[in-house]
Design a protein around this ligand. Structure first.
Ligand SMILES: Cc1ncc(COP(=O)(O)O)c(C=O)c1O
Length: 474
């Protein structure tokens, strides 16, 4: 139950200074913490008292920021991780072990797909991937007796599909397992998955939450609603004594609201140490303070650009769930009534060549393997992250050669549209020149590539972007 508005939680959640204390959250840049007696410290190791002993597991600055994210999502406990990858890994590995199985939507971030289908598979955890548009029967058929969780993204990166969270939550609960939702693109400002039945939420805070391209980070939030003890046989890690923590049974000692995050901190953070630095947590908090204001602008710009591209004669398709003819529009109206996000993808007629010409001509929109930033950035997977693939392979992977993903920032929509419009025009003009063999595409003396001001930056960016294979999937 929310006691105050989301905007107030963004600005003031997680930290309330006492009399004479700093107004901004303090950065506790200390690896360790001092105690008067060994007995005092022993109580921390026994999880008998709460407090800090080593920043590899927990740090007060991080906990203040995690508390803010927890309040925003409407959860009972939360923790920060060093990255979104770590958050998704921990959220699954906290309840699934070698020999277990997880059901996941197929349209998830490429890095998460690799984590699940390659790295965690090597650890003995099997994943079945289902379409985000599957029927109840197809979803039920994916479960096995050893299934421990269901995973999906509210708005998938980069497919931009919208998950039917209620449908996936019902299926998870029919089979006695929690639904984990990666809510990175929507953020709690636009969707709070716990209100639709999700049990655990994860974030790559690197994206909108930070929002300024400053710090890589992640977060995990527990709704406190999943009853682990009701399925004790499935979740021995939470429901039987932990020998590595003096025989504590997390679900008994910390209850519904605290068991998941306490176990994740006490076991996984202790052993893997994938913690966010307090300095990065501080930067993240600065981003969170304006998240509610920024999301509104990202969505306005996303919608304006999607509407401009929709029906443009150089564009064959636009993916953006706020467009009325999007196959995900009905779900967007239900789950994302105030807007979705600022990421739009579209396909250029003319494939790889046209996309490459378009990207080269951009001046304001930067070529980056990043999304959800204050500055607009874009990526043509065929000429960057997926450049090792042929056109046929790209098509099979659902990433057509002419696909461009643009993440609209906080600039003025008119300037962004003007930039995109001139780049589309240049792509078209150069195409006609090329067909007449009048001029090479980017002649160093071309009137369009004068090395001054913004265009100089754009051409040096494109040179850097052409420099060598890049297999990162961001
Ligand atoms: C939806 C989603 N989840 C997780 C990640 C991984 O996050 P990070 O890069 O912070 O590890 C990303 C990265 O782009 C993402 O888009």
């Amino acid at each position: 139950m929310r006691t105050r508005g989301l905007g107030t939680s963004c600005v003031q959640g997680g930290y309330t200074p006492g009399n004479g204390e700093p107004r901004q959250i303090p950065i506790i840049q200390s690896t360790t913490f001092k105690y008067d007696t060994s007995e005092d410290m022993g109580k921390l190791f026994d999880l008998e008292a709460s407090g800090y002993f080593y920043t590899r597991l927990q740090n007060p600055t991080n906990d203040m920021v995690a508390a803010k994210i927890c309040e925003l999502e409407g959860g009972t406990a939360a923790m920060l991780t060093s990255s979104g990858q770590a958050a998704n890994f921990f959220s699954v590995f906290n309840i699934a072990a070698c020999g277990d199985h997880v059901v996941s939507a197929s349209t998830i971030y490429g890095g998460t797909f690799n984590l699940f289908s390659v790295t965690m598979k090597k650890m003995g955890i099997d994943f079945t991937f289902v379409s985000p548009d599957c029927t109840d029967e197809e979803l039920d058929a994916a479960f096995r007796p050893n299934t421990k969780a269901v995973f999906g993204e509210t708005i998938a990166n980069p497919a931009l599909t919208v998950l039917d969270i209620e449908q996936f939550a019902r299926a998870a609960h029919r089979h006695g397992v929690p639904l984990i939702i990666d809510n990175t693109f929507a953020t709690p400002v636009n969707c709070r998955p716990f209100e639709w039945g999700a049990d655990i939420v994860t974030h790559s805070t690197t994206k909108y939450m930070d929002g300024h391209g400053v710090g890589v980070g992640g977060a995990i939030v527990d709704s406190g609603k999943f009853d682990w003890m009701a399925y004790a046989d499935k979740f021995p890690g939470l429901c039987t004594p932990d020998d590595s923590y003096h025989g504590i049974t997390y679900a008994e000692k910390f209850g519904l609201g605290g068991a998941f995050i306490t176990k994740c901190t006490a076991q996984l953070m202790r052993d893997f140490g994938s913690i966010q630095s307090p300095q990065n947590a501080f930067y993240l908090n600065l981003g969170l303070e304006s998240l509610h204001v920024r999301m509104q602008r990202h969505c306005e710009n996303g919608r304006a650009v999607a509407e401009y591209l929709h029906g443009h004669d150089k564009v064959s398709a636009v993916s953006y769930c706020d467009l009325p003819d999007s196959p995900y529009h009905a779900r967007a109206l239900k789950y994302l009534p105030n807007g979705s996000c600022g990421v739009v993808s579209f396909e250029l007629k003319g494939g790889r060549e046209a996309a490459s010409r378009f990207m080269r001509a951009l001046k304001l929109c930067a070529i980056e393997t990043h999304v959800a930033d204050a500055r607009t950035c874009c990526l043509n997977p065929a000429s960057s992250t997926h450049r090792q693939m042929t056109d046929e392979q790209l098509k099979a992977a659902g990433v057509p050669a002419g696909l461009i993903r643009v993440s609209l920032g906080l600039e003025d929509a008119k300037d962004l549209i003007d930039d995109i419009a001139q780049a589309l025009e240049q792509a078209r003009f150069r195409e006609s020149l090329k067909t007449r063999e009048a001029m090479p595409i980017v002649p160093s003396t071309s009137p369009w590539s004068k090395p001054t001001g913004e265009s100089a930056n754009a051409s040096s960016r494109s040179r850097a972007a052409r420099r060598g294979p890049n297999t990162a999937r961001i």
